[in-house]
Ligand binder design. Sequence first.
Ligand SMILES: C[S@@+](CC[C@H](N)C(=O)[O-])C[C@H]1O[C@@H](n2cnc3c(N)ncnc32)[C@H](O)[C@@H]1O
Length: 248
Amino acid sequence: MCSMLPAELKARVNELNWFHSIDLGHGIVTPGRDNSARKVARLQLPESLAGKTVLDVGAWDGFFSFEAERRGAARVLATDSYCWSDPRSWGNKRGFDLAREVLASKVEDQVIDVLDLSPGNVGMFDVVLFLGVLYHMKHPLLALERVASVTRELLVLETAVDMLDCRRPAMAFYAGDEFGLDATNWCGPNPAAVLDMLKVAGFARVRIIAGLRPWWFRWAKAAWLKWKFGLPFWSMVRTDRIVVHAWK
Ligand SMILES: C[S@@+](CC[C@H](N)C(=O)[O-])C[C@H]1O[C@@H](n2cnc3c(N)ncnc32)[C@H](O)[C@@H]1O
């Protein structure tokens, strides 16, 4: 149980730059720009993760790691590298550390690059979360192979997708910052490419759990992103996000 007074907690929360919106109790929710509650609803995680081991790859502030623990996971390992260790990144690990302390969480942490994931380096996990990370990968198929190598049962993948008017598996390559004005975005596969790459990476069964939204949703979202963050409208309207469940 955290012994911090609500006023002290609020002050410490306000010192940090948050990505996730984490309910820390006492009416305090971290002011992340991510609508984490809406995202988790779209993932369709198993209601109970009782007894399961869970790996959260690219955990950042750790919202989904703490959610897995809340759903009863026996062990949760949160991993990240860019935001937790690279001084050029948009974030750091201080939000994760504070949330873990306040929530009296037992979530473990490890700084490790996706491409270094292996049973020897992290172990095997029943459920692996790979949320919002694939499009940051310069080598997406290799990254999925590494993620598959540590997945025992189920991978929950959430990603941005591009090339939506192409029915065949296809992938956009972002050499600069053209996707979201963010040079850490490297690739935008379309849904067919995501499914095929997952199969090649070693998953026996793959299914889109949350697919493309209607055109008007994408237009409204692109308009909002332009207004709020100045992101280029036409590059955003071409893209969407999907959730895939992949079973070994
Ligand atoms: C858009 S955030 C997603 C955070 C969280 N998973 C979510 O869905 O809300 C992308 C995360 O991937 C991490 N990341 C990017 N490249 C990585 C790499 N090569 N290895 C490990 N983590 C990486 C970033 O540090 C960041 O925390």
